[in-house]
Design a protein around this ligand. Structure first.
Ligand SMILES: [Zn+2]
Length: 178
């Protein structure tokens, strides 16, 4: 950030009085601009034991696979965001969704809330941000072509739960080495 979004004056980065972290502070209007982590809503759509994955058409990681996921918008709930992303990226509608994983990525200031659940029908297709969308059996997940470490981690947990025969809600923090 270079300029104050409230008054347009240059901002400086410093620790405000009573705070303990550096912030962008406007010396002109005294506004303090906080940058906080973003929430990513994701969904693992299920159909007859398979899961629906999307091959990304956009950078970063264009051409690699992920489950539908994207930034939550103001005005929607986290579960609405997960269902919306699923429809936008995979043109699939969810019958219902359950929380599956809460993963913090402190090094990049993001938190992933990932849901899972059955699709309403077998209808799906590539949305604007997808090159292709495909159902995968769990033994055919393209592990060497997964877009992000967090996606790989969530899918690994998913396969483990299916193998064990019981879903749990996973809460974890991914180290930046992943
Ligand atoms: Zn200002």
């Amino acid at each position: 950030m270079n300029y104050c979004s409230a008054c347009g004056a240059p901002v400086t980065k410093k620790v405000p009085d009573g705070d303990n972290l550096p912030r962008f502070v406007c010396e002109a209007c005294r506004a303090i601009h906080y940058h906080n982590p973003k929430i990513v809503a994701g969904c693992i759509p299920e159909w007859n034991g398979d899961i629906l994955l999307c091959r990304r058409a956009i950078e970063p990681k264009s051409g690699l696979w992920t489950f539908p996921a994207g930034f939550m918008e103001i005005g929607e709930s986290i579960e609405q965001a997960a269902a919306r992303e699923t429809f936008e990226e995979a043109q699939a509608q969810m019958e219902r969704i359950s929380l599956f994983a809460v993963l913090s990525l402190p090094h990049i200031g993001q938190a992933y809330l990932v849901f899972r659940g059955p699709m309403r029908s077998s209808d799906f297709g590539a949305g604007e941000e997808s090159l292709e969308v495909q159902l995968f059996s769990l033994s055919a997940i393209p592990w060497d072509q997964i877009a992000f470490p967090v996606v790989r981690d969530v899918l690994r947990r998913y396969v483990e739960d299916v193998t064990r025969g019981e879903f749990q809600v996973h809460v974890a923090s991914l180290p930046d080495c992943l």
